[in-house]
Design a protein around this ligand. Structure first.
Ligand SMILES: Nc1ncnc2c1ncn2[C@@H]1O[C@H](COP(=O)(O)OP(=O)(O)OP(=O)(O)O)[C@@H](O)[C@H]1O
Ligand SMILES: [Mg+2]
Length: 239
């Protein structure tokens, strides 16, 4: 489902001309099987969000290959990347990226506006995409009184749950979740994790999940330590 080969990625943080930017990530190989669930962990600043951005084609590798469903992101134009992501990836960003002027319902429906495939898959025996969106909002525990108001009026934890519902609508093949429980209390976290795992299992989605919360790790098929697979820091020290 996801395959990384000889990936190198550098943020252009160091603009001094006498030094090339140091790699943030150097990963020789990572293969994630279809339908599996992966818990990715590592210290703050180690490059977890950067790696998720590369998996989802939001960022493109400086060299090497990142492919999803057999397609390498680097072979697609920017417009094709956006379309391919909308069709196949649900992404809960660390900063949520909700459109503040849209209601929670319309935020959840956004992937269906960008992807005919997601719209079609959101339609089901349960009804329209809108009723699916509202069913997801109900299941992440957002009170119906919030569903039609601007998302900017939501608390951080409420926004996080809307972002999760948006990632799940239309059963994407890959769900990417960047610290999706960081703003949730213990009860909500439990409910949310059950919903996320159930939805991914029911849809056969591959889940890549980043968290600092080690208590969640045992729910996943596989745990990946970014520090162990990323030798950029070692390369830097050796240079
Ligand atoms: N937009 C950006 N521009 C330049 N550098 C960036 C950018 N985003 C991240 N970086 C750098 O890349 C490195 C990895 O950052 P990243 O956000 O991927 O870490 P992380 O593991 O997700 O951290 P956290 O656990 O705090 O979310 C950091 O050194 C950071 O400064
Ligand atoms: Mg991060």
């Amino acid at each position: 489902m996801i395959q990384i080969d000889a990936l190198r990625f550098a943020w252009p943080q160091d603009t001094r001309r006498d030094r090339p930017p140091a790699d943030t990530l150097a990963i020789d190989a990572l293969h994630i099987e279809a339908g599996s669930t992966v818990f990715l962990h590592g210290p703050s600043g180690s490059g977890k969000s950067t790696l998720l951005g590369l998996l989802a084609g939001v960022l493109v590798a400086g060299s090497g290959r990142v492919s999803l469903l057999g397609t390498a992101w680097s072979t697609l134009s920017v417009a094709r990347r956006d379309a391919f992501r909308a069709d196949h990836v649900g992404y809960i960003f660390q900063q949520f990226n909700l459109l503040p002027y849209l209601s929670p319902t319309d935020n959840v429906l956004l992937p269906c506006r960008f992807s005919a495939r997601r719209l079609q898959r959101a339609h089901g025996p349960g009804g329209s995409a809108r009723s699916q969106a509202q069913s997801l909002l109900e299941r992440v525990g957002l009170d119906p009184s919030h569903w039609s108001r601007a998302s900017s009026a939501l608390s951080v934890g409420q926004q996080q749950r809307v972002a999760a519902a948006r990632a799940l609508i239309g059963r994407p093949e890959v769900v990417i979740a960047d610290e999706p429980t960081s703003a949730l209390d213990a009860d909500l976290r439990e409910t949310f994790m059950n919903l996320l795992m159930d939805e991914c299992r029911a849809a056969g989605s591959t889940l890549v999940f980043v968290s600092h919360d080690a208590r969640l790790a045992e729910r996943f098929d596989r745990q990946v330590s970014l520090v162990e697979i990323n030798h950029a820091a070692i390369d830097r020290a050796a240079a």
